[in-house]
Design a protein around this ligand. Structure first.
Ligand code: FPP
Length: 252
């Protein structure tokens, strides 16, 4: 084999490998409470350990060559948890924003938040905006954190915004299509997830990325989120690589 043929073959093999790595991984981080209960610890101990797992997962995503990572950290339904747990979770978020963002920025991570941030205290809203601003130039990993997020509310807000644009004459309803609608979602500009992982053994979407995950491969893992490791992440990527993605079409 000539040098150039060999180089092409190597590049093709590398290309195939890269194609098997999902560009965008979304994760429903579930099981913090059960992890804590199994150890006779308060739920906040599970959430704290869960925050450590977030750090590990960001590092794993970078190492594995994933470009986009979206994590479900707080759902719009989570506000209905007991006040003490909501206080603990928002306190953990405050702490995370104050202690982790500089390091994420130094590691080339760009952070964005989706969800109804108006429900958080003013200082948290300010820290969220600062974190987005401070990391806006980073390219290594795009991390999106869903906070006070619910997919149905997101879709309704997008429908309202599109209807308002139509009423204002900025668009004609007949021209509306998938791509235009997606541009009104909070994830506008972010590619759809290729792989969606849920931990803790539960097998449902819980109002997460309902529009965006239309063609995502779903992987459910029997591990509580605080125990989630790079090996679990790699196992999910390996499962993804084994799947045949058809996007509704039949193979030739
Ligand atoms: C689900 O476990 C997890 C949550 C509701 C919160 C997720 C939060 C973290 C992983 C830590 C904080 C992250 C950041 C970015 C600050 P659960 O409480 O529903 O567990 P259970 O189903 O076992 O009760």
């Amino acid at each position: 084999m000539s040098v150039s043929t060999k180089a092409r073959a190597t590049a093709a093999a590398a290309g195939e490998q890269r194609a098997a790595v999902p560009d965008h991984v979304a994760i429903i981080m579930d099981g913090n409470g059960r992890w804590a209960a199994a150890r006779h610890l308060p739920r906040i101990a599970g959430h704290r350990e869960g925050a450590r797992a977030v750090r590990r997962t960001i590092e794993a995503a970078i190492r594995q060559g994933v470009s986009w990572l979206t994590i479900y950290a707080f759902s719009s339904e989570n506000w209905r948890r007991p006040a003490g747990e909501v206080f603990d979770l928002t306190g953990l978020l405050r702490h995370y924003l104050q202690t982790e963002i500089a390091e994420l920025g130094a590691n080339g991570v760009r952070i964005r938040f989706i969800g109804d941030r108006s429900r958080f205290d003013g200082d948290i809203q300010r820290d969220l905006a600062n974190a987005e601003r401070a990391t806006a130039g980073n390219l290594r990993l795009n991390l999106t954190v869903a906070l006070s997020y619910g997919a149905r509310a997101e879709i309704v807000a997008a429908a309202r915004a599109m209807a308002a644009a139509a009423a204002a004459g900025a668009l004609h309803p007949d021209t509306a299509d998938d791509a235009m609608f997606a541009g009104f979602l909070s994830t506008a500009g972010i590619p759809d997830p290729d792989l969606l992982i849920r931990t803790s053994g539960e097998q449902r979407l819980s109002n997460f990325l309902l529009w965006q995950a239309a063609y995502a491969e779903l992987v459910f893992l029997d591990v509580m989120w605080p125990d989630f490791s790079e090996a679990h992440f790699a196992a999910a990527l390996a499962e993804y690589a084994r799947r045949e993605r058809r996007f509704g079409a039949r193979p030739e």
